[in-house]
Design a protein around this ligand. Structure first.
Ligand code: G3I
Length: 355
C-alpha cells in the first residue's frame, strides 16, 4: 500500500492536501513544498517538543505502518507491551519480547520512549488479581515489579507512567488492589521505587478526564500538589485526552498550566478524538479543529513537553472496540492517509514558531 495520496511529493497532491485539510493557514504560510515535507515530529520539534504515539510491535510487519511510525514520530509509547499482564503472565515467568522489540524499534529510530505503565488497576496478571495476598505482600510485589521493569530499561526510557489512572470520575480514589493494600500512599511508594530503579527517567502520573476543571482534575491536582510538598519524585502529569470530537475543551490550557505551576512537566499522552463512523466531511473537520485545540493548548504551555496520540492510524485504534459506533479517532485513516486532523496538528504545532 502506498503512503502517497495527499502527501505524495508532487505539487498537485500537496495543494489538494492544503485545500482538503484544515491547515490552510500553514499552506499559505509555508508554501506547498514545505507542507509536503512537514512531518508531525518536525512540526513538534520546531518548538522543542516531541510528537509520539502508542505502538504495538504486532503491527511491525505492515510496511506502511512502520514507515509512518518512523517518519512521523519522535516518541513511542508501548500500547500494551509493558503492562504487567504481558510481562509477567505467570508469577516469576517473564516475557519481555514485545517490550524489547518496541524499545529496539524506538532506539533504532532515535525516538524517546514513554514507558507505560508500571502501576495500574487494569491488565494485571490473573495470578495477581486472583491470588490471596496480605497487604504487606502486595506492597512488596508492587515495589518488586516497579524495580524490575524500570531497572530493565534504566537509562533507555525518557519517561515512565508510574501510576496510571488513580482516580474515578467523581474524584474519589479508584478502587484497586493497590489502594486496598496501601491506601493512597501506594502512589508515593511506586514513585520512589521507580526513581531508585531508573534515576534519569521523568516519572509521571497519567489519567483521563482531567483535561477540564472538575472533581477528577481537582483530585489529581491535590495529589500532585501534596506529592510535590512532600518531596516525592513526581516529574510530570500526563493528560491522556481520549476525547469525543465536538465536545467543549475550553480550559485545557489553563488546567495544564495550573499543574505545570506546581513544578512538573505536563504532556498530552494518549490523544484521540473519536467521531461517529463512518465519518463524514463535517465530522472530520470538527475533529481537525479539536486536534488543533488540544495541541494548541500544549503548545501554549511552556512546560508541555510533547503530544502523543493513542495509535497512529484508524486501522490500529482501540476506540471502535470500546465505543460502539465511534472510531476514526487518529490523524491517519485506515488506508494510512493523512486526515484533516493531520494538517490541523501540523498547523497547531508550528503556530508557536510563527507567532
Ligand atoms: O492479547 C489478547 C489476545 O491474545 C486475545 O486474543 C484478544 C481477544 O480479546 O485480546 C487481546 O488482549 C487485548 C489487548 O488490548 C491487546 O490487544 C485485550 O482484550 C484488550 O482489553 C486490550 O485493550 C487495551 C486496553 O488498554 C486495556 O484496558 C487497549 O489495546 C489499549 O489501547 C488500552 O490502552 C489504555 C491505556 O493503557 C491507558 N489509558 C487508556 C487506554 C485506552 O483504554
Amino acid at each position: 500500500m502506498s503512503l502517497g495520496g495527499a502527501r505524495e511529493r508532487d505539487a498537485r497532491g500537496t495543494r489538494l492536501s492544503c485545500i482538503r485539510g484544515a491547515a490552510l493557514a500553514l499552506c499559505l504560510f509555508a508554501g506547498p513544498a514545505a507542507a509536503a515535507e512537514m512531518t508531525l515530529k518536525a512540526a513538534a520539534a520546531s518548538s522543542g517538543r516531541y510528537f509520539g504515539a502508542a505502538l504495538d510491535s504486532g503491527d511491525f510487519d505492515e510496511k506502511p505502518y512502520v514507515r509512518l511510525a518512523t517518519e512521523e514520530l519522535s516518541a513511542v509509547t508501548p500500547e500494551n507491551a509493558m503492562k504487567w499482564a504481558v510481562v509477567e503472565p505467570a508469577r516469576g515467568v517473564f516475557d519481555w519480547r514485545a517490550a524489547d522489540r518496541l524499545f529496539a524499534f524506538a532506539q533504532a529510530n532515535g525516538q524517546k520512549i514513554r514507558g507505560h505503565t508500571l502501576v495500574w488497576h487494569q491488565q494485571l496478571p490473573a495470578w495477581l488479581t486472583g491470588g490471596t495476598f496480605a497487604p504487606a505482600e502486595l506492597r512488596q510485589l508492587m515495589i518488586d515489579h516497579v524495580t524490575l521493569e524500570a531497572s530493565r530499561y534504566r537509562g533507555a526510557d525518557y519517561a515512565w507512567d508510574v501510576v496510571n489512572e488513580p482516580f474515578a470520575d467523581d474524584g474519589a480514589w479508584r478502587p484497586s488492589i493497590w489502594l486496598q493494600a496501601m491506601g493512597p500512599d501506594y502512589v508515593e511508594t511506586a514513585l520512589r521505587a521507580a526513581r531508585a530503579a531508573d534515576p534519569q527517567a521523568k516519572l509521571y502520573i497519567n489519567d483521563y478526564n482531567v483535561e477540564s476543571a472538575g472533581p477528577k482534575m481537582r483530585a489529581l491536582y491535590e495529589l500532585a500538589a501534596s506529592l510535590k510538598r512532600k518531596g516525592a519524585p513526581l516529574d510530570g502529569v500526563g493528560f491522556e485526552s481520549h476525547l469525543v470530537a465536538g465536545s467543549p475543551l475550553g480550559d485545557m490550557r489553563e488546567v495544564m498550566q495550573a499543574f505545570a505551576d506546581l513544578g512538573v512537566d505536563v504532556a498530552v499522552t494518549e490523544l484521540d478524538l473519536r467521531i461517529k463512523t463512518p465519518p463524514d466531511a463535517k465530522a472530520l473537520d470538527t475533529q481537525a479543529a479539536d486536534y488543533a485545540k488540544v495541541i494548541g493548548a500544549c503548545v501554549a504551555v511552556k512546560e508541555c513537553v510533547g503530544v502523543s496520540t493513542w495509535g497512529v492510524t484508524d486501522a490500529h485504534s482501540w476506540t471502535p472496540f470500546f465505543f460502539a459506533g465511534y472510531g476514526a479517532a487518529l490523524p491517519f485513516d485506515e488506508s494510512y492517509q493523512p486526515k484533516p486532523a493531520f494538517f490541523a496538528a501540523i498547523d497547531a504545532l508550528t503556530r508557536a514558531e510563527r507567532q
